[in-house]
Design a protein around this ligand. Structure first.
Ligand code: GNR
Ligand code: NI
Length: 169
């Protein structure tokens, strides 16, 4: 097990498109272990492999209050997304300290492989539905700030670049 470094916006690697996983094997399961360790340590409700600089279609999540309900989505596909949408406050481990509203479908149905390589279908609403859409965007190279106005996005970019320069100095 290991904690993995999380890429920070505006790192260009956050915009790479993840490739499908060919086989759910021990290599992938070891990565899942590290992703869960990293996600729980950072107190996130979800983590996409893209955020730890692995460009494969792999997501870990746990939206439970007690942080005891891990969920794995490998090669996820959206089967259905509700017409009904709602704006919810989002944050991202790759955009630390920034929170803003994003409009998402209130419910989604997803097909994905689990850690055993078994195909599963999940219907989600509430925070789980938001999280799935947020993580699937990461796999497409999209960060939630891209839904905000260019003005807001540029302010966020400047703030985080300065923060990272200070952290390095
Ligand atoms: O921990 C996280 N919380 C969160 C809150 C609202 C909407 C989305 C999220 S996902 C985020 C973890 C993360 O960055 N996943 O990519
Ligand atoms: Ni995120």
């Amino acid at each position: 097990m290991a904690l993995l470094p999380i890429l920070c916006y505006p790192d260009p690697r956050l915009h790479k498109v993840a490739q499908p996983v060919a086989a759910v094997d021990d290599r992938v399961r070891a990565l899942l272990d590290d992703m869960f360790e990293t996600m729980y340590d950072a107190q996130g409700i979800g983590l996409a492999a893209t955020q730890v600089d692995v460009h494969e279609r792999i997501i870990t999540m746990d939206v439970s209050e007690d942080r005891d309900t891990p969920v794995v989505l490998i090669n996820p596909e959206i089967l259905w997304a509700s017409e009904d949408k709602q704006v919810g406050e989002e944050g991202c481990l790759s955009v630390p300290g920034i929170y803003d509203g994003v409009e998402r479908s209130t419910a989604v149905r997803v097909r994905a492989l689990d850690a055993q390589g078994q195909s599963r279908e999940i219907e989600a609403e509430g925070l789980m539905a938001i999280c799935i859409q947020h993580e699937m965007d990461h796999l497409l190279g999209k960060v939630f700030v891209e839904y905000l106005s260019p003005l807001k996005r540029n302010r966020i970019k400047t703030k985080l670049v300065k923060q990272q320069q200070r952290a390095r100095a």
